[in-house]
Design a protein around this ligand. Structure first.
Ligand SMILES: [Zn+2]
Ligand SMILES: [Zn+2]
Ligand SMILES: [Zn+2]
Length: 673
């Protein structure tokens, strides 16, 4: 690996991308050429430019880069957004999920934001500048800008031109101070926001301190607990009620996350800011807050940390591991009383429950203890009676075990003495049968009885099918869904939801509010009704957004009437919508923009012509004073325009004719008469 000739040190707060752009300039290499030396440049150029600062380890081998530019990899990391996430998450996958949310909300990834004075002084594009909330330079108190002050275009995140501090479009220098009329900016809260972000952007400022770490609990879980604690006003014990900054469902999500239930809840930057802002706290104060053990214990719904158990079925491929363990949310009541949690190993379909009395994971269904005793008894011609008698178990259990052994391939189908030749059905066929069998009751005996009468299966056949993995999966994870499909819904409930809802409602959201799926809505005959609600709701929502767009364009146009140029493309660029989108969703606004642009174009044109008229008259005056020949050619020459300008504008000719009262008009403008 070659090393760069000029290897300057990164500046205070400089972003990695900014540093690389500066380095390319120092070494007289094109920026994209420089990147090519150590990465696949397609991944980091153009609209992907931000990746360098946001996910450096995804596009660079940091050690290699460190050697190349002569800056150690820790320092490189500290020039990026990585510290923010390292201070919060301990799992890359969680971090990436949150990242997708956070970058849109908090960080500017398309435009380069900069302080002109900083660029003048030390040429630094700082990483903090890309945080949307930070609006002014920390050093100069100057507003951060994104646009070229010459042509007004916004500067992309990385370009070769940025490395030379010139606009990528018009190539004028970017080192021009913003016009004062644009620089009025709200500075309230700026100090707090800035120090919060500076804290987060610093390596080794974890929001959870090392001494708080408990075994088996992730950073994110502890962070969730801390958020709850702070949001609830630092009480002694966890409260189930809503708090100022967290909704009920957020609290439930955090609670579940802390208790290892499901990890659908992500702790996002937004959550953190919501909570600390509601308590007027800084991120630093938040990081330094200790959550008392009593509080943590009270969130934990069993007062001890329960992690998933491991599968202990000797025949299971995932024996000794918990990777295939899946939480079962719905269970029969008698199981619920006995076990705090129930999991199933989705590799072998043995169920495990967490026994509250003994605080231990135990197998549910006795397969592991019974199967070793069953195996010696399963010989050609064996009878179910033998098993029942010897094992002191029920017929149902005995059948289930035999079915299970057959499907697992532990016992061959040939050994079993059927009274008729049997050919096992395909999975889809069997699954379809089970869709029927679960009604009206889905316990083993009821389903078996129904199968015997409906499909003419015998009991063993039923239990073989019952052991199919797909059937088990369906029965365990999907049967509640199918049940709700046929649930009766009341129409007034839907009306209530619509009435109480403020934002946009989709069919999915309505279904979720009713705790059913979309099919259930159709089944109840609400398909049309909901369709109308969604359309109407969309209209209202659109109306709100539409009003906002109208406000913005009115402001935009008010500013543009004094300029010399307007283009419809720029209007859409400013709005951030495509022409097509607006035409489709807001046809009236689309029409308004088109008209307004035409109108302004007209005004600009008129102004231009008026200007020409004045110039023409001034030219005439000069010509008359110099006693030169007053012809269009001379006038145009004095005006500094081509003669075709006069030829194609009757207004100018009229103005020239007005000068003819001096009686000196020769052939000027005579074409008109
Ligand atoms: Zn500055
Ligand atoms: Zn420019
Ligand atoms: Zn297993």
């Amino acid at each position: 690996m070659t090393r760069l000739t000029i290897r300057s040190l990164p500046g205070q707060g400089e972003s990695l991308s900014g540093y690389l752009m500066r380095t390319s300039n120092d070494n007289g290499i094109n920026y994209s050429k420089l990147l090519q030396m150590f990465t696949d440049k397609r991944k980091v150029m153009g609209s992907y430019g931000y990746i360098i600062d946001f996910l450096p380890h995804h596009v660079f081998d940091l050690e290699l880069l460190a050697e190349f530019i002569g800056v150690d990899s820790n320092r490189i990391n500290s020039m990026t957004m990585s510290p923010i996430f390292n201070n919060i998450y301990d799992e890359e996958i969680r971090f990436l999920k949150s990242f997708r949310v956070s970058i849109y909300q908090e960080m500017e990834k398309f435009k380069r934001r900069f302080c002109v004075k900083c660029l003048e002084n030390d040429g630094l594009y700082k990483v903090l500048w890309q945080i949307k909330e930070v609006k002014v330079c920390t050093v100069h108190r100057e507003p951060l800008i994104t646009q070229c002050q010459n042509c007004g275009i916004e500067q992309p995140y990385t370009t070769n031109d940025l490395s030379q501090y010139i606009c990528f479009k018009c190539k004028n220098t970017l080192l021009v101070k913003m016009r004062d009329d644009q620089s009025t900016i709200m500075l309230a809260n700026q100090n707090k926001n800035q120090s919060d972000w500076e804290f987060l952007l610093c390596l080794n400022n974890p929001l959870i301190k090392n001494n708080e770490k408990l075994s088996g609990i992730s950073n994110e879980q502890l962070l969730a607990a801390k958020l709850l604690y702070v949001a609830q006003g630092c009480p002694m014990k966890y409260k189930r009620s809503e708090s100022m900054s967290l909704t009920n469902s957020q609290i439930k999500g955090i609670y579940a996350l802390y208790n290892n239930r499901h990890k659908t809840k992500l702790v996002t930057l937004q959550d953190i800011f919501n909570v600390i802002n509601s308590r007027s706290m800084s991120v630093k104060q938040f990081a330094e807050t200790d959550v008392p053990q009593n509080y943590l214990d009270s969130i934990n719904n069993n007062n001890i940390v329960i992690s998933k158990g491991t599968c202990i079925a000797p025949w299971c491929l995932n024996n000794g591991s918990n990777t295939k363990m899946r939480y079962i949310s719905k269970n029969e009541n008698y199981l619920k009383k006995k076990y705090k949690y129930i999991y199933v190993c989705t590799s072998c379909f043995v169920k495990y429950g967490f026994n509250v009395q003994t605080n231990e994971w135990v197998e549910i269904g006795e397969k592991i203890s019974l199967i070793p005793k069953v195996l010696p008894l399963v010989k050609p011609g064996f009878k179910i009676n033998t098993l029942v008698k010897n094992l002191n178990t029920s017929f149902t259990n005995a059948y289930e075990i035999v079915g299970y052994l057959v499907i697992r391939g532990i016992v061959s189908l040939d050994i079993i003495n059927f009274s008729y030749p049997i050919k096992l059905e395909k999975t889809e066929v069997v699954l379809n049968c089970f869709y029927e069998l679960i009604e009206p009751a889905c316990d083993r005996q009821s389903m078996c009885r129904k199968a015997v009468s409906l499909y003419n299966w015998n009991t063993l056949e039923f239990f073989i099918y019952y052991a199919y993995e797909e059937v088990q999966e369906f029965l365990i994870f999907r049967n509640t869904e199918v049940k709700t499909k046929k649930r009766k819904l009341s129409e007034s409930k839907i009306d209530e939801i619509v009435k109480n809802n403020v934002g946009f409602l989709s069919k999915k959201q309505i279904a979720a509010a009713l705790e059913c799926d979309e099919r259930t809505l159709n089944y109840n005959g609400f398909e049309k009704k909901i369709e109308n609600i969604v359309i109407q709701n969309k209209y209202y929502k659109n109306k709100e957004v539409g009003l906002e767009i109208v406000n913005r364009i009115e402001k935009y146009f008010a500013e543009k009437t004094n300029e010399n140029q307007i283009s419809i493309e720029k209007v859409y660029k400013y709005l951030g919508f495509s022409k097509k989108y607006l035409k489709k969703n807001y046809p009236d606004i689309y029409y308004q923009i088109t008209c307004e642009v035409e109108k302004i174009k007209g005004i600009i044109k008129l102004r231009k012509i008026n200007n020409w008229c004045i110039l023409a008259q001034e030219a005439c005056e000069k010509i008359i004073n110099n006693s030169e020949k007053l012809i269009n050619r001379n006038i145009a020459l004095k005006m500094g325009v081509s003669i075709s300008v006069i030829d194609s504008h009757p207004e100018i000719r009229k103005a020239i004719r007005a000068m003819s009262i001096f009686g000196l008009v020769d052939n000027a403008a005579s074409q008109d008469t």
